[in-house]
Structures are given as C-alpha cells and as structure tokens.
Design a protein. Structure first.
Length: 276
C-alpha cells in the first residue's frame, strides 16, 4: 500500500535511499538542538493533528437553545495544532547511478543542506515561537535588561550565574542547561579569562548540557527538570518523493510537530549582542 511519501514512485534504489537517509540523519543529529533540552513525545504518526491543553472556554449558545430554556451550555476545548515543515531538495540521477555502481564519493550536499534547514527551522520555532501556528517559544518573552549579552565575553559566566540564581529564586530546580546561538558559541570557545577558556567557566556553572543551537538568537538558560517544555512530534523527519526527469530526482524532508511552553518561568532568555 502506497503511503503519502510516494517513495515507491521514485527512481531510487534501496542503496540510494540508505545513503541519502544516512547523510540526512547525520546532519539532523548535529544541528538539532532544542529537542535535546525539552520533553519529547512521539512520534505519533502522520495522522496526529493536535495536542489538548486541558483548557476550554464558553461559547455563546444558539438563540433557539435560550428561547426554549433548555439550559444547555457549550464550551470549546483549546488545542495546539501540529504544524508541518517541508524542505524540497534535488539529487542528480547520475549520482544515484554512480552509487549503484559502487561509487563512494557521492554529492549528496543538497540532502544535507535540506536537513540543516529544517533542523534550524525546528530549533527557531521551539526557542522563538511561531504565533501563526499557535506556538509560544522558550524565549518568547522579552529578555530582562539585566540579562542582555554584550560583546564582553568575559562577562558571560556572571550573566549565566545570575540567570541561574533567578531561576532558583523562582523555585525552579535543575538540572540546568545553557543553549547558545552559533555566534555566541563560536565566540565563547575562542575567549579566555586569565588564561582559562571562558567556555569552561560557563560549563562548570551548569549540571546539564551546554548546547550549540543554530536558529537561536542569543542564549537561553533553562531547567531540564521535566514538565516545563514539551515537544510533540506527529511524523518525525521523513524523506518523500515529489517528481523526477531524465536528469534529477526531486525529494523532500518533512516533519509535523507542535511545541508547548507549559512553564515560561523555567527559562531565562539572554538577548544577543548587537551585530557590528
């Protein structure tokens, strides 16, 4: 039975699918950051459509109900609908043919690039939110002035220590983690204080991971105690078929998910330094 990915229609051999999927999985593993820090539910399948929040609101009753004095009340339940992400990419058929003849130096860069794009989109959605999809991100609230990152990398340990203390003051327990944007992570790894890497100063402050997070703007300090941030995945990353001609095959990477910020107080956003 053919599914919605239509892979059976693609002129790609079993070896070709295996090689493409291997490259995509490696790129996703490296780039996906947010799902390393939050609760994960799923995959629940392509048919999954929403997540119930346990909340509802009253609806205005039809005039007929009131006129007849039935006393019927109506409420509608709030849900978080799952959103779909898709990134198309193209593989040359000559590369697939070379693979089937035993070639090992394949050009699968388009698949890797697509994997990186969709992973960054997921990261950005989880950290920054996506109002059109009803998603509030971990860093959706405006960062507090006292937690704005500057260009002085030596101040990062002090700022992160302050954010950790603020979480403790809120009654939010650890373990704690720190997510850093690509720029912040790179700059931090190059910085030293009194001859000691600043990155190691920061690492010693938290009992959870220090994560490189493409798609994040600035940094975030958050609790990993569980129950505060929930990623629900319907269909996890899958590769599907679009079309082909004599020269190339058009494929895509797709996923469906939603994200629920249950406890906004369990994270503190550190604003990114201004770009030069």
């Amino acid at each position: 039975m053919m599914d919605h990915l239509f892979r059976e229609m693609a002129p790609v051999s079993s070896a070709g699918w295996h090689e493409i999927e291997t490259e995509v999985k490696q790129a996703l593993k490296i780039t996906l950051a947010a799902r390393k820090l939050v609760d994960f539910k799923g995959p629940q399948g392509w048919e999954a459509s929403s997540v119930g929040t346990g909340r509802s609101e009253a609806l205005e009753s039809p005039t007929l109900w009131n006129a007849e004095g039935t006393g019927v009340e109506a409420r509608i339940r709030h849900v978080l609908p799952l959103m779909e992400l898709r990134v198309p990419f193209t593989i040359r058929r000559s590369e697939l043919a070379a693979l089937d003849r035993g070639a090992r130096d394949l050009d699968l860069d388009p698949a890797v690039d697509a994997a990186r794009k969709i992973a960054i989109a997921e990261n950005h959605t989880i950290f920054s939110g996506y109002p059109a999809a009803g998603i509030r991100g971990i860093c959706d609230a405006p960062p507090e002035p006292s937690f704005s990152l500057g260009d002085d990398l030596e101040s990062y340990p002090v700022l992160i220590a302050g954010a950790l203390n603020r979480l403790r003051d809120r009654g939010v327990n650890g373990p704690y983690a720190v997510a850093l944007s690509e720029r912040c992570y790179t700059d931090l790894t190059d910085a030293t204080k009194a001859g000691y890497p600043v990155f190691e100063h920061v690492r010693r402050l938290v009992d959870g991971p220090l994560v490189w997070a493409p798609g994040l703007d600035g940094a975030a300090v958050l609790s990993m105690r569980g129950g505060d941030f929930e990623l629900t995945v319907g269909q996890d990353f899958s590769i599907g078929y679009l079309s082909h001609d004599a020269e190339q095959v058009r494929l895509y990477i797709e996923e469906s998910f939603t994200f629920w910020t249950i406890t906004p107080q369990a994270a503190i956003s550190l604003a990114a330094p201004e770009k030069a």
